[in-house]
Design a protein around this ligand. Structure first.
Ligand code: DC
Length: 212
């Protein structure tokens, strides 16, 4: 099983790079952030407190979740809603709970077995979920550039300062939580994507793969 792990903070270019890389390699791709967002979406729907790890863990275990081109949660298409401001506001708080993480990590490993590996993006993929991944990439980018990309990607109104402060808030929670915080995995290739094109970044990863 061949897993390529792509980790990094919000807006570093993970989704775009992961999708392009999966296409080039002809393998599947999993956006694990979409899974945490789906749990946050369901928690809002059920009125569960983002601080209640026990209930959120039970919710994560019970969810009928499909994460692919579209994201469905208990049969409801949540593709657009999981990118909306309500979910974005609570997703980091939902993601701190070990009960939630244990279930989503289990599902991520099942997914990889079923697809015989693939490109998997998130925050803890190279460090925790697939520590034996064939290649680990940690993408970063300057904060202003990350905010600009989020505005474009999520079609937000153009308030870059507000988006930047929200990214910084999420990064702080994601990096300082005790359970699998965002961190550079051992052996990861750290790439700053500021000012670089997607093709350029993908090419560098392809070169690393070719040398294996
Ligand atoms: O990649 P994203 O911005 O869609 O991720 C949303 C949130 O999900 C992120 O702020 C933290 C959480 N997350 C996580 O804790 N672990 C992962 N492997 C992926 C995402």
């Amino acid at each position: 099983m061949r897993v390529i792990a792509i980790d990094g903070p919000a807006g570093a270019g993970k989704s775009t790079v992961a999708a392009a890389l999966a296409r080039r390699l002809g393998v599947a791709r999993l956006d694990t952030g979409a899974m945490y967002r789906a749990v946050a979406f369901a928690a809002l729907r059920e009125g569960i407190d983002p601080g209640d790890g026990v209930r959120l863990g039970a919710l994560a275990r019970a969810l009928d979740l499909e994460v692919g081109e579209r994201v469905t949660v208990d049969g409801v298409d949540a593709t657009a809603a999981i990118r909306g401001p309500e979910v974005t506001a609570v997703v980091s708080a939902v993601s701190v709970h070990p009960e939630v993480r244990a279930e989503l990590v289990r599902r991520q490993r099942v997914w990889a077995e079923a697809h015989d590996g693939g490109v998997v993006e998130g925050r803890d993929i190279g460090s925790v979920v697939f520590p034996n991944a064939e290649v680990k990439v940690f993408l970063t980018a300057a904060e202003a550039e990350r905010a600009r990309r989020r505005v474009v990607q999520d079609d937000l109104d153009g308030d870059h300062a507000a988006v930047a402060s929200d990214l910084a808030r999420r990064d702080r929670i994601d990096s300082t939580r005790p359970a699998s915080p965002l961190a550079v995995a051992q052996g990861a290739l750290v790439m700053d994507t500021t000012g670089r094109s997607v093709d350029d970044v993908v090419e560098e990863v392809m070169e690393v793969l070719a040398r294996l």
